[in-house]
Design a protein around this ligand. Structure first.
Ligand SMILES: Cc1cc2nc3c(=O)[nH]c(=O)nc-3n(C[C@H](O)[C@H](O)[C@H](O)COP(=O)(O)O)c2cc1C
Length: 610
């Protein structure tokens, strides 16, 4: 039953499958030089998700039975000559003589294992993660193949989305790097401990602060505290790498407390900005810190009491992954202290709308990946879909009464998209990279100004663009109702972005002037350019502007145009191409466009601008 080279008498008693030792011996035999040499043997390691929790809930008898069922289900699916083994409590190994189909086989296993079981009257559904490694014929030994499949399995377990993972070399490199970091981490943390005991700042761990700005009025609203490890040789090590280590070594609360105290102490000294609204401080906590709820709550209380930071200025940020555990009580207890809760990296992990509803969050942070996809270099479809995601999350936040912060904003264009999407705050290199506490006074002074709610950006960056186009469908002449929808959306969007301008239509033509900050004009013009209600868009001019001609109009509608009543001298304006280069008044622009409409009327050959 277990394959030629395996002795049934020594099989795993629970499942009747081979043991791990038997699997390794068989794998050895299949490798070059071994007695049963195969071309490229493959190994699939299967691990059942959350089996321990299930065993606590269902009891060991049911779970043993379930394991036996999983074993027989595996047997039913895999090819005949395959060796199956139970390699750990809830782990299985599938050894394929020919690994070339390993991924397809793994896909089938995943599908079948996930179908419901009925064990002793309990309906049970399980899910599994699979790691796959195939011998590459370059001197692998059984141990290295097993290790490779195991690395791939860990990868599948960590990645959240991918349930099966084929081994690749980068996994080995990152495992080696992790091992090296682990060693260094022990050394660094030993130093840190001493430093902590002396209540001094650490040499290697430092807290940085990155500002948050309100998108409505560019007001500085607060800072997120970010922990960094300055490694003497490796340089800056990201928290994504060292926080899991800190968790593993049981040092996360120690570090967490230090960050809380350091950042709260710093924030207590920040000046009240000119807006009069005190600056808030957001601090990240790891999933493990949240699971150790009492310790975290105590650390927050101590940090607030010791530093005198007002409780309503403190925010705790957690990622969606932390919500996979049962941390509801801790979250409610933190909120009950008066500290606000922020859900970080929203949209990338285990986003669950019911959780959003259930827990007392004040803000959502939209993951940087959604805005990173929005650069002029990405294609229009990708841009629209990332914009759509940002907009959907902002709307979700607004619907639930939550603020939405967009992270990773690096360009004015991304900022304007976030503003247009309805996000309330932004954070990113466009405003400032994270800075050390010592640099904060200068940064606060630079960012703190009296908010001007009437205009989104100073008029220094003004730009104007004018175009005309043909309507795709006949518009009812002289009827404003024909463009009601366009005017409505224009006024809403343009108002948010500080764009002013005028829209004209008549005789099957549109003409429009847009004025505002360059990135905002570009974003709106891009939307207009994709609109199928018109075509043959021809840009008339596109240049910096000193003063708005239509100030106060998020989109003025210049009404229906009766081309038969255009003054004769307009022809002169149109024919004089130099007019495009000089600054025009609103009236001149209007006349200029009317003249152009008149000039091109009936010219069906007009090519759209590139
Ligand atoms: C002639 C014409 C002019 C337009 N002008 C504007 C404008 O100034 N601002 C704007 O936001 N949308 C304008 N639109 C509408 C956009 O093409 C697009 O439908 C709208 O911006 C989509 O908004 P949404 O992404 O918020 O749904 C115009 C459309 C046409 C056909």
């Amino acid at each position: 039953m277990l394959g030629a080279a395996v002795d049934d008498a020594q099989a795993d008693p629970l499942t009747g499958l081979a043991t791990r030792d038997q699997l390794m011996a068989r794998l050895d035999a299949l490798l070059p030089g071994g007695p049963s040499q195969a071309a490229r043997p493959g190994l699939i390691l299967v691990d059942l998700d959350r089996f321990r929790a299930m065993s606590d809930g269902l009891g060991p008898l049911v779970c043993d039975k379930l394991l036996a069922r999983v074993g027989s289900r595996l047997q039913a699916i895999v090819p005949m000559a395959t060796l199956l083994a139970r390699v750990s409590g809830d782990g299985f190994g599938v050894l394929l003589d020919d690994g070339s189909d390993a991924v397809a086989t793994a896909g089938r296993l995943l599908d079948f294992l996930g179908r419901p079981y009925s064990v002793k009257g309990h309906p049970i559904t399980i899910s599994a993660r699979l790691g796959i490694a195939v011998a590459d014929g370059h001197g692998d030994d059984a141990n290295s193949i097993f290790h490779a499949a195991n690395l791939a399995l860990h990868h599948a377990q960590r990645s959240g989305g991918n349930r099966l993972q084929l081994f690749n070399m980068s996994m080995r490199q990152s495992a080696e790097r992790r091992q090296a970091l682990e060693n260094d981490f022990r050394a660094a943390i030993a130093l840190q401990r001493v430093e902590l005991l002396r209540a001094l700042n650490s040499e290697q761990f430092k807290v940085y602060y990155q500002p948050l700005l309100s998108l409505a009025d560019n007001r500085l609203t607060g800072f997120e505290a970010l922990l960094r490890w300055h490694h003497p040789e490796r340089g800056l090590v990201s928290p994504d790498e060292f926080i899991p280590l800190a968790e593993e070594f049981g040092l996360i609360s120690l570090i967490g407390e230090w960050v809380l105290r350091t950042a709260c102490r710093e924030a207590a000294t920040w000046p009240v900005p000119k807006s009069g609204v005190p600056l808030k401080l957001a601090i990240n906590v790891s999933p493990l810190q949240l699971r150790q709820g009492e310790t975290l709550l105590a650390a927050i209380r101590v940090a607030l009491a010791e530093t005198g930071l007002s409780v309503d200025r403190l925010e705790i940020e957690l990622t969606e992954i932390a919500l996979a555990d049962d941390v509801g009580d801790t979250l409610h207890a933190i909120r009950a202290l008066g500290v606000k809760l922020v859900l970080d990296d929203f949209g990338t992990g285990y986003s669950s709308l019911s959780r959003l509803h259930k827990y007392p969050f004040s803000r959502l942070k939209i993951d940087r990946s959604f805005v990173a996809g929005n650069t002029p270099a990405t294609d229009a479809v990708a841009r629209r879909s990332s914009e759509g995601m940002v907009r959907a999350i902002a709307a979700l936040g607004a619907g639930l009464g939550l603020d939405t912060v967009i992270e990773g904003v690096e360009t004015p264009r991304q900022r304007e998209i976030a503003r247009l999407a309805g996000c309330t705050e932004m954070q990113g290199f466009l405003v400032s990279p994270p800075v050390l506490g010592a640099a904060l006074p200068a940064l606060i002074a630079r960012l703190d100004f009296v908010p001007d709610r009437s205009a989104n950006t100073p008029d220094a960056d003004l730009y104007t663009l004018a175009y005309f186009s043909r309507s795709a469908t006949p518009l009812r002449r002289n009827s404003l109702a024909a463009i009601d929808d366009i005017l409505h959306i224009s006024r809403t969007n343009n108002g948010k972005l500080g764009i002013t301008g005028a829209l004209l239509f008549g005789e099957g033509y549109f003409a429009q002037v847009l004025e505002g900050p360059l990135p905002a004009v570009e974003i709106i013009f891009e939307k207009i350019g994709l609109d199928t209600r018109h075509r043959d868009i021809t840009i008339l001019y596109n240049r910096p502007l000193l003063r708005r001609d239509f100030s106060g109009w998020s989109m003025a509608c210049v009404g229906a145009i009766d081309i038969h009543r255009l003054p004769d001298d307009i022809h002169g304006v149109v024919d004089d191409g130099a007019c495009c280069e000089t600054a025009l008044t609103g009236q001149q622009i209007l006349e200029f466009m009317q003249a152009l409409i008149r000039k091109y009327d009936g010219d069906a050959q007009l090519a759209p601008a590139g």
